[in-house]
Design a protein around this ligand. Sequence first.
Ligand code: 2AM
Ligand code: CA
Ligand code: CA
Ligand code: CA
Length: 266
Amino acid sequence: MMENVTVMREQAMQWIKEASAYIHDSFQSALTIDTKSNASDLVTNIDQEVEKLFINRIRVAYPEHAIVGEEGFGDEIERTDGYVWVIDPIDGTMNFIHQQRNFAISLALYIDGKGVFGIVYDVAANDMYYAISGEGAYMNGTKIARVEEGYLEQAVVSVNATWLTENRRLDHEKIAQLVRRARGTRSYGCAALEMMYVVTGKLDAYMTPRLAPWDFAAGAIMANEVGVIATTLKGEPLSILHKSGLLIARRGVHEDMLTNYIVCKE
Ligand code: 2AM
Ligand code: CA
Ligand code: CA
Ligand code: CA
């Protein structure tokens, strides 16, 4: 089984390289841009084509596996039984469109609801992050060190600026207090990469009010391998069946933010 997992992970990385080459080529041609739930919820033809590329590859290699992808070309699942691939073909679509950087491919395999491996690929920087459950996490082939406990006063926290205005889900005045106490704040607009920055110690925490399984499925496996805590904003475990908020942080910072600053209104 372990051998099999390694083969599958290597195969998935090949598909990611293929998808990356396709995305790089797309920089030469015009994008078709549409909106989804609101004016800043964007999708391009490349998001859709890259998702189809992964689904085609997985269907040929593993026809019996389920696939959950953001753009809807995969399967709808209600249970986590068996093999489930969870894919975000382009995480950070707004960055992809406006900046051609700070976006990623996120791909994970779960078996019976448990993370087996997760891969996040920073397409513009050519950084490959992956973890196999129980075997550690790697960045560009080098093992990532365990992330130690920390303190909010020394923490760089990634938050979205919209949180500082009136917010339906969180108490924005508490978030303002958090921002004042932290050493600094950043905002990158790519959930999978922000998770990788916490996993590699470049950020100490990242919080966001609403993500989908394809945003955090790979990152959660990476976090687990280095001792970083990833939960919902209520401190509950993440599930590949449900959308939820996300708080990912090193020990100490996670507990402090959860108990003192994150007051969920719903
Ligand atoms: P996406 O680019 O794949 O949609 C910043 O917006 C981060 O939040 C990105 O990782 C983005 O993923 C994610 N996100 C999740 N749900 C979103 C939504 N409804 N609109 C915009 N971004 C969303
Ligand atoms: Ca999207
Ligand atoms: Ca996403
Ligand atoms: Ca996406």
